[in-house]
Write a protein that binds this ligand. Structure first.
Ligand code: NAD
Length: 302
């Protein structure tokens, strides 16, 4: 073997990344931001306005210092933190009561157009991660979901990705990548994941394929999705009994334990990197194999 053989590593040195949907250290977005930074990328985040002040306060008080620690003794410092309400494509779409709300009124352009302007002003982007979702009626079964609730879930959780690709695509440099976070409810019935959230994830995955085609042909960018196993983020806890879901999937999976945010983050870093230059339009499962099973493991059958 040659002494000077190269190590095959994820190298994102010189890449500019934006992760949309980071408000605390517990979610997938934060773990992905860390993984991208650990691979050498400069990372900026976009945060939902109602949680922005709290995040900034916690950062300023050093409450996240431990969570921001990177391998090798360095610490992740976000290049920019942009307010983003992904329900809106441009300021003209924002109702007056939202624009005048105390949590929004001093933030400038907090829409997806505002994020695109920030990206353009900072010289462009290479990697974009969509790690956000919301459904006002997510705790309601689909049969009990209103039209408004359903459309709000699809708007924030799925159309927002179309809008991101559409508005950030022109500012993405060659070899760029979009990754969105999905869930098995896109393809299977998951009791309790309601309010149109399952419909939104199905749309997100279908859109990843169509966007891969359209953004690939137009700009040469890649678009992929990760279908992550259940994980106790703040967002997941707001939807329902996430611990029960984690226990159930752990018991039923080929690798019988809970997934970690780091596992999802490593997959996102891989998909974002040149190592995945041939991969676009896919949904990659990071779920310890749960989705591959067609019947319970034998020891789980009484
Ligand atoms: P999270 O709560 O950390 O992340 C969701 C983020 O979305 C939050 O930061 C929230 O502030 C943001 N958000 C909500 N509404 C928004 C809006 N209108 N505009 C901008 N941002 C908004 O939770 P998470 O579980 O890490 O979720 C990240 C992604 O992973 C989501 O797409 C989620 O559906 C997906 N996912 C989660 C799980 C899980 O079990 N946790 C499993 C599979 C997929």
């Amino acid at each position: 073997m040659r002494e000077d053989h190269a190590v095959l590593a994820i190298d994102l040195t010189g890449k500019r990344a934006w992760v949309a949907g980071v408000a605390d250290e517990r979610g997938f977005g934060f773990a992905i931001a860390k993984a991208l930074a650990a691979a050498g990328a400069t990372v900026s985040i976009a945060t939902w306005p109602p949680l922005l002040k709290l995040l900034q306060l916690r950062l300023a008080r050093g409450r996240l210092d431990e969570a921001l620690a990177l391998p090798g003794g360095t610490q992740l410092a976000f290049a920019q933190i942009q307010p983003l309400d992904a329900a809106y494509d441009c300021l003209a779409d924002v109702p007056a009561e939202v624009r005048d709300h105390r949590r929004y009124r001093d933030l400038g352009d907090f829409t997806i157009a505002g994020l695109a302007a920030a990206v353009a002003a900072s010289g462009g982007v290479d990697l974009v991660v969509h790690s956000l979702a919301n459904g006002p009626e997510a705790r309601c079964p689909l049969l009990g979901t209103s039209r408004a609730g359903y459309l709000a879930a699809v708007s924030v959780s799925a159309y927002s990705h179309v809008s991101l690709v559409r508005q950030l695509g022109p500012h993405m440099r060659p070899g760029g990548s979009f990754v969105a976070l999905s869930y098995l409810a896109a393809a299977r019935a998951i009791p309790g994941y309601g309010g149109g959230m399952s419909s939104a994830k199905a749309a997100l995955e279908s859109d990843a394929r169509v966007l891969a085609y359209e953004a690939g042909r137009r700009w040469g960018h890649r678009v992929n999705a990760i279908s992550a196993g259940p994980y106790a983020s703040r967002g997941a806890e707001a939807i329902g009994p996430i611990d029960q879901m984690i226990a159930h999937t752990s018991r039923m999976s080929p690798l019988p334990r809970a997934i970690t945010a780091e596992q999802v983050a490593m997959a996102a870093a891989f998909l974002s990197s040149g190592l995945a230059s041939g991969i676009t339009g896919t949904v990659m499962y990071v779920d310890h194999g749960y989705a591959a099973m067609g019947a319970p493991p034998r020891e789980a059958v009484p």
